[in-house]
Design a protein around this ligand. Structure first.
Ligand code: MN
Length: 491
C-alpha cells in the first residue's frame, strides 16, 4: 500500500467520527490530519505500518470522549515536532498557540542533555508543569500511551516491560486520580501481561470460565430486570452487563480474596434520566431481589474522592445468583468513564480553549482535585534528588487519598495513614508545631491516630507545646516531617 492509499483509507474512516465538531473545527482537524501525513511521510512504526496510523489511533481515543478541536488536532500532531522536520514554531504559525502548547506539552525532551533516569524524571516534571497549565495535555498523553501499549508486541521484551511498568506506575494512577476510568482500565489491562506475564496467564485461565458463566447468568438477569423496570414504568437509558477488568481483578485476588467472593466480577449497569430515578430504580431492585447487607453504597450522596457518583448494591435472586447493580444518570456515567475529561468535553461546546485547568477545577470538580498536580510541580522546584522526586511522585499517585473535614467544613486532602498531626501541619506549620490534642468526630484521639475518609478533625493547640522526636514517627506526609525536623534542630 502506498502512503497516499493508507492516508485515504484512514481519512475515510476518520472524517465521519468528527461530525460532532462544528464545521470550522472540522476544517482545522482536517488540516491537521493532512499536515501530519505530510510531515511523517513514509516513516514506519516498528510494526512495519506507516507511522501515521499511530497519531490517528490516539486521536480516535479522544474522539470517543468527544474532545474539542484543540485536543483532536494536537493528538494528530503530537509526534510531529519530535520525529519530523516540521517544528513547533511552524505548528504554532498554522494552528495557533493553543494547539501548539498542547503539542509542546506532549513532545518528549530527548534533545536535552539528560540521560537515563534523569531524563525520565525531567520528562515527568515537564509533563506535570504542562498539565498544571492545561490539563488537556494529559488526555493526549494518555491516548498516545494507550496506543503504544497496544503495539508493544513489536518492541523488544525489555523495552516493552519498561513501558508497561511505567504505565502501571505513573499513567494509570494519573488517569485514576482524574477519574478517567476508561483510560485507567484500558492502560492497566494493556500493560498487565507485560509486567506480570505469569500471573496474567494464570488469572485468565483461572477466571475465564467463572467470568463467562457469570456473564451468562447476568444476561438472564438482565432480561428479567428489563421486564421488571417496564412493569414498574421506569424509563431507562441503558441496561448493560459488564465484566470486571483483568488487572483490577488481579489486584482484588491479591488481597487474598477468593474469586467466588468477588461479587462485582460482573455487574449490571442501569442508566436512568434523573437522580430521582436512580433512587426509584434502587427501590425497584430491592423490591424484586434481596440486597446483601452492607453492600449498598450511595456514591450519589457521598461521591468518591475522584468525583465518581453512582449507587451500588449487591443483590441475590431466588436461585442464588449474586450480582452487583450500579445505578446512575447519563451524566454520572460519562463522568465515571471519562472523569474530568467528560466535563471538559461538555464545556467545550460553546467556549473555545481559553479555559485553564484552574477554571475546570473550580467550575466542575468537587474539592481540590487538581491541587495534587500543582504540588507535584512545586515539589519539582525544590532541592531534592531525582530519586526522591520519583519516589514522591509515585507515592503521591498511588496513595489512596483520604478527604477529611475541618470544623468549619473545609475539605483537606491527605494520604491514607495520615494522622491528626499531618492534618495540623497541612493547615499551617504554626498550628502543627503547637498541637497538643486532637478530636476526631467529637472524641479525643491520640496524635498518631489514623484518620479515615470523612472524619471531622479538630486540633487543640497550646502555645507551650513543641514537637518531640516521637512526632517523626507519627506523621506520613513529607511536609509535616520536614517542619518537625526543622523544629527539632532549631528548637
Ligand atoms: Mn506518540
Amino acid at each position: 500500500m502506498t502512503l497516499d492509499e493508507q492516508a485515504q483509507i484512514l481519512w475515510k474512516d476518520f472524517q465521519p467520527q468528527i461530525a460532532y465538531l462544528s464545521p470550522e473545527s472540522q476544517e482545522i482537524v482536517e488540516l491537521a490530519f493532512w499536515q501530519m501525513v505530510e510531515a511523517h511521510g513514509e516513516q514506519k512504526r516498528k510494526s512495519g505500518e506507516y507511522y501515521i496510523i499511530h497519531p490517528v489511533a490516539a486521536a480516535e481515543e479522544l474522539i470517543k470522549m468527544q474532545m474539542g478541536v484543540d485536543v483532536i488536532a494536537a493528538a494528530l500532531l503530537h509526534d510531529v515536532p519530535e520525529d519530523t522536520e516540521v517544528g513547533l514554531d511552524q505548528i504554532e504559525k498554522i494552528f495557533g498557540p493553543n494547539i501548539a502548547f498542547l503539542v509542546s506539552g506532549i513532545t518528549k525532551l530527548s534533545k536535552i542533555r539528560y540521560t537515563g533516569e534523569e531524563l525520565y524524571v525531567e520528562n515527568l516534571r515537564k509533563m506535570f508543569v504542562a498539565m498544571s497549565k492545561d490539563i488537556r495535555v494529559i488526555f493526549v498523553k494518555l491516548a498516545d500511551r494507550l496506543h503504544n501499549l497496544h503495539t508493544l508486541n513489536h518492541v523488544s521484551p525489555e523495552k516493552a516491560r519498561r513501558i508497561a511498568l511505567e504505565s502501571l506506575e505513573i499513567y494509570a494512577p494519573i488517569a485514576n486520580r482524574l477519574g478517567i476510568s476508561y483510560f485507567k482500565g484500558e492502560i492497566e489491562d494493556a500493560a498487565f501481561p507485560y509486567v506480570y506475564p505469569e500471573e496474567y496467564k494464570e488469572l485468565v485461565a483461572q477466571s475465564q470460565d467463572t467470568v463467562e458463566e457469570r456473564l451468562k447468568e447476568l444476561e438472564d438477569v438482565k432480561t428479567r430486570v428489563a421486564a421488571i423496570l417496564k412493569d414498574e414504568n421506569l424509563q431507562y437509558i441503558e441496561l448493560v452487563g459488564r465484566a470486571k477488568k483483568y488487572y483490577s481483578l488481579f489486584l482484588k485476588l491479591r488481597e487474598k480474596k477468593e474469586i467466588d467472593n468477588v461479587f462485582d466480577l460482573v455487574a449490571l449497569r442501569i442508566v436512568v434520566p434523573t437522580i430521582a430515578d436512580c433512587y426509584v430504580a434502587l427501590g425497584i431492585i430491592h423490591k424484586h431481589f434481596t440486597p446483601l447487607p452492607n453492600r449498598v453504597k450511595d456514591y450519589i450522596a457521598n461521591p468518591k474522592p475522584n468525583g465518581y457518583q453512582s449507587i451500588h448494591t449487591t443483590v441475590i435472586d431466588k436461585s442464588g445468583i449474586v450480582f452487583e447493580v450500579q445505578i446512575r444518570t447519563q451524566e454520572m456515567h460519562e463522568f465515571a468513564e471519562y472523569g474530568i475529561a467528560a466535563h471538559w468535553a461538555y464545556s467545550q461546546g460553546g467556549k473555545n480553549s481559553k479555559q485553564t485547568a484552574q477554571e475546570i477545577n473550580t467550575a466542575f470538580v468537587p474539592g481540590e482535585q487538581l491541587k495534587w498536580i500543582k504540588e507535584l510541580v512545586t515539589l519539582g522546584s525544590e532541592e531534592i534528588s531525582q530519586e526522591e522526586y520519583l519516589k514522591t511522585v509515585k507515592l503521591d499517585l498511588f496513595a489512596n487519598r483520604i478527604f477529611v473535614l475541618t470544623p468549619k467544613g473545609d475539605v483537606l486532602d491527605l494520604p491514607t495513614g495520615a494522622t491528626p498531626l499531618d492534618f495540623a501541619y497541612k493547615i499551617h506549620k504554626d498550628i502543627g508545631n503547637i498541637t497538643q490534642m486532637a478530636k476526631v468526630n467529637g472524641a479525643m484521639v491520640k496524635l498518631n491516630h489514623e484518620l479515615k475518609n470523612g472524619d471531622l478533625v479538630e486540633i487543640l493547640t497550646n502555645k507551650k507545646q513543641r514537637p518531640t522526636r516521637d512526632w517523626l514517627d507519627w506523621v506520613v506526609t513529607r511536609s509535616a516531617r520536614k517542619y518537625i525536623s526543622h523544629m527539632l534542630k532549631t528548637g
